[in-house]
Every structure is written in C-alpha cells, then in structure tokens.
Design a protein around this ligand. Structure first.
Ligand SMILES: N[C@@H](CCC(=O)N[C@@H](CS)C(=O)NCC(=O)O)C(=O)O
Length: 201
C-alpha cells in the first residue's frame, strides 16, 4: 500500500492520476501546506522535509519519496506491469530518465524564471528559457503522440498536467502540438478518476 501525502489541486493531484494509471493500491492522506497567500501551515504528519506535497510512503518497505520525478520513477519501477515507465534494460529507459530529470532541473525552473521575470544567464544557469525548453518538448511531440516513442508513460502525467495548468497563461508559447497533447493526456479515463478523488481545497 502506498500513502500519498496530498493537498487538493496541487502538484500532488497528478499522483492520484499516476496511481490510477498504475492500478496501484494506495490511500490518500490529506495534509495542510503553506500557501502563497501566507495561509496554511506545515503538517507534522507530512514526511516531506519542507512540508511540501507530493510525498509518498511505501508501507511495504517504509521508504519515503519526495520530488515529483523521483516519485514517478519509484512508482513505475515498483508497479512495472502497467508498462508506463521503461525499466532497467528496456528500450526507452535512457530517454525516460532524461525526461524525468529534465522536468525537475530544466522545465520547472524555466517556468519559475519566467514567472519571476528573472533572466536565465547562458552558460551558468542549469536550465534554459521556457521558449527554448518548449521547443525541445514540441519538437519531440511532433514526432510521436507521447513524450516517449515507446508510448504513454508517467512523463505524460507530469508534463501533460503541467501544460494543462499553464496552457491558457502567457507563461507558455501557444502551440497546437501542446494543445493536442493536453487533450490526449486529460482525455484518459484515469485523469477523470483522479479528478473525482482529488477533493476540494
Ligand atoms: N519540486 C517539488 C515541488 C513541490 C511543491 O512546491 N509543492 C507545493 C504545492 S504545488 C507545496 O507543497 N507548497 C507548500 C510550500 O512551499 O511550503 C516537486 O515537484 O515535487
């Protein structure tokens, strides 16, 4: 059994989506977090070191995992039957790891830099401007429906839900490729099941 430490309508919502895709046994433990408006507080029940969500606990091993790409990898490795994350030795594993790391190290920082209106100095920052990151994503999605040519994976849960959230904002360059991708991701039955279980903030 996996426990998901969750706050409705946050980055932890997509892990309900992923757990549904995996058909994994899980329970949701709602916790409080500090919000950007200054309300809320860290919840002592949340094992995340900074009181953020998502975090998971694997109740079989006692492992606690935090940071979205690490959680996605942990879960697809633990539940490989679902076939939504190439395992060690399988074709696509390299691309899978690269896109997982790219999410946390390049894509999210590029969005945050844009949001904060902070320049991204070439040669020193570990990431690139959002337009350059999105060029890479769009070029990949122009070649195949999902980020991996092997098919749907947890990457599409991470990236697809992020684009669904930012698609209508000036944060992201307009793209028909991304619009279609978001339709594919949010059209999955597990997405609707997750929405129904997300809860109200
Ligand atoms: N890098 C983390 C980010 C987690 C994160 O910032 N989550 C927000 C909710 S969307 C949060 O818990 N904020 C509360 C806080 O910053 O204390 C991940 O991708 O898992």
């Amino acid at each position: 059994m996996i426990t998901l430490f969750h706050r409705p309508k946050t980055r932890s919502s997509r892990f309900i989506f992923l757990l549904e895709e995996l058909g994994a046994p899980y329970e949701i433990q709602e916790v409080t977090i500090r919000s950007s408006d200054g309300s809320g507080a860290v919840d002592a029940a949340n094992p995340h070191p900074h009181g953020k969500v998502p975090a998971i606990r694997d109740n079989e091993t006692g492992d606690v995992v935090y940071e979205s790409p690490a959680i996605a990898l942990y879960l697809t490795d633990k539940f490989p039957k679902a076939g939504i994350g190439p395992t060690v030795g399988q074709k696509g594993r390299g691309a899978y790891l690269s896109w997982l790391a790219y999410y946390g190290s390049v894509l999210e920082p590029s969005f945050v830099s844009k949001f904060l209106n902070t320049p991204v100095p070439r040669g020193t920052a570990g990431w690139v401007v959002v337009e350059e990151a999105m060029e890479h994503v769009i070029s990949t999605l122009s070649k195949h429906k999902w980020l991996l040519e092997e098919g749907f994976s947890s990457l599409d849960v991470l990236y697809g839900t992020t684009f669904a959230m930012f698609g209508a904002s000036p944060m992201m360059p307009k793209s028909e490729v991304i619009d279609l991708y978001v339709k594919h991701v949010t059209g999955r039955p597990a997405y609707a099941q997750a929405q129904a279980k997300d809860g109200v903030r």
